[in-house]
Design a protein around this ligand. Structure first.
Ligand SMILES: Nc1ncnc2c1ncn2[C@@H]1O[C@H](COP(=O)(O)OP(=O)(O)OP(=O)(O)O)[C@@H](O)[C@H]1O
Length: 277
């Protein structure tokens, strides 16, 4: 065992939580005691973590360890069985209806498996991110998108290096280009928290570096809180500030990426991991 390893009930959050980049007014995302069961089988077992403005946190762990389910619970795509989720100061469990939708709009998804609309242009897809915060009354056909929204969407596309492809249908873009459009959509949503589930798993190494670089810039330059599920510890080492390691639905590591030792990676990805339930 390495010094950086922690037991499931003694998670080392101290180094990251005292980072100077973090604001004094607390984390943008705080998850406490999160539990989730599917058909009686526990897949998340008391997951606690925080993500602050200005940091990129990588979620690592073997297939089935609970990474995606954690992010889905935050986004409301899976219903937690216990615990609390606080997003930009709002306790999601205490909210319903439009208040809940408004609170959740503080988080944007860059999910590999939740696609943009392929037959719409990059610009229209990015505008759709802005509509999330304008409310249902402004859910207009693309031809009626307000001019200021289009200008903001163009600025976001420019920010991710895709302005010259704005009028192209997303279905004609490469995987890396689509991920950059998804990042632009998150920018246009003006979300303060960005959740990325396997944002680079379908990308070639060069495109993966670019998209991870963009996510890092969102955190470090735009002061957003970014959480990304990754399958490549080396990408976490190069781009993330902090790593959270999940094993069978429990966090076994939470600390600066420098703590991702070979021993820890062996433990996280060992084929002999037992069962979560
Ligand atoms: N809708 C569902 N119904 C039943 N079981 C589910 C469902 N979604 C996830 N699970 C189970 O929950 C566990 C955690 O899944 P999850 O997708 O969160 O893992 P993961 O760490 O993201 O894995 P991967 O790296 O393979 O994407 C797995 O055992 C999975 O089979």
């Amino acid at each position: 065992m390495t010094a950086a390893r922690t037991s499931p009930d003694r998670v080392d959050t101290q180094p990251a939580d005292t980072r100077p980049a973090a604001p004094a007014d607390g984390p943008l995302l705080e998850v406490a005691g999160l539990t989730k069961r599917f058909s009686g089988r526990t897949v998340l077992d008391g997951v606690d973590f925080r993500v602050h403005a200005g940091e990129l946190v990588a979620f690592l762990g073997a297939n089935g360890s609970g990474k995606s389910t954690t992010l889905k619970c935050v986004m409301g795509l899976a219903e937690p069985d216990g615990g609390s989720i606080t997003l930009a100061g709002a306790d999601l469990g205490s909210l319903r209806g439009r208040s809940l939708v408004r609170a959740r709009s503080q988080a944007a998804m860059v999910f590999q498996k939740i696609h943009l609309v392929p037959r719409r242009t990059a610009l229209e897809n990015v505008c759709a991110g802005g509509l999330a915060r304008l409310g249902p009354a402004r859910s207009l056909a693309p031809a009626l998108f307000p001019r200021d929204l289009k200008e903001e969407a163009m600025a976001a596309l420019d920010r991710v290096g895709m302005a010259d492809r704005a009028l192209e249908r997303v279905g004609r873009l490469s995987g890396g280009q689509q991920q950059r459009v998804a990042v632009a959509r998150a920018l246009c949503q003006r979300a303060r928290v960005v959740l990325a589930d396997e944002p680079v798993s379908a990308l070639d190494p060069h495109a993966a570096e670019q998209v991870m670089g963009l996510l890092g810039e969102l955190a470090h330059n735009e002061n957003l809180a970014v959480a990304a599920v990754l399958h490549q510890p080396d990408l976490a080492l190069r781009h993330a500030d902090r790593a959270i390691g999940l094993l069978n639905g429990r966090i076994i590591f939470n600390g600066p990426v420098g703590g991702l030792t070979t021993d820890l990676q062996d433990t996280l990805y060992s084929p002999d991991r037992g069962d979560a339930s």
